[in-house]
Ligand binder design. Structure first.
Ligand code: ROI
Length: 163
């Protein structure tokens, strides 16, 4: 079994509902078990500012799936939410499900980069991650808690508990 952390994000089509539906969908992934879900956070857009604020959360999952099979499952959930793959990289999106960490694995291929390239730079990933796993370290040895305490919070605020 691998321990995986997944970042959830939405800023279109009722983000609150999108994140709730996505959490429900995560519980249905084959050969996997949803462990923890962070609070739901409001965050300011990273990238172009002419888009709505985001809602973000982080979940942990244990899985017997391979990284790419898990990625297929997450993309199926995104597609069912109405996410268009051709969406521009830095633009608004209905639902984004990112594999942040997959055990201590380092993965780098055309489809998948783990740890997620933005992990250490994004308050909307680090704070929810530290909330559910304060003792976690990244494969490079850095403490998630200390990263989260040293990053600019950029107005991030807790909206609600998810479960
Ligand atoms: N900004 C925020 N606040 N939250 C996100 O999930 C998010 N996702 C993205 C970009 C466009 C980089 N900005 C984001 O993909």
């Amino acid at each position: 079994m691998a321990l995986v952390y997944i970042g959830l994000g939405s800023n279109l089509s009722n983000p609150l509902q999108q994140i709730h539906l996505a959490v429900a969908a995560l519980t249905q992934i084959q050969s996997s078990k949803l462990n923890q879900v962070s609070s739901l956070y409001f965050s300011r857009p990273m990238g172009p500012q002419d888009q709505p604020d985001y809602m973000n959360a982080v979940a942990s999952l244990t899985t017997n799936l391979s990284p790419l099979t898990l990625l297929d499952e997450l993309q199926t959930i995104e597609n069912k939410a109405g996410r268009l793959r051709k969406d521009n990289r830095w633009g608004a999106r209905i639902l984004d499900l990112d594999i942040l960490l997959f055990d201590n694995d380092i993965i780098d291929n055309e489809r998948l980069t783990v740890p997620h390239y933005g992990l250490e730079l994004r308050e909307f990933v680090l704070l929810p991650l530290a909330e559910i796993s304060p003792t976690l370290s990244l494969p490079n040895g850095k403490s998630v808690l200390s990263l989260s305490q040293n990053i600019e919070t950029n107005g991030l605020k807790i909206h609600s508990k998810l479960r």
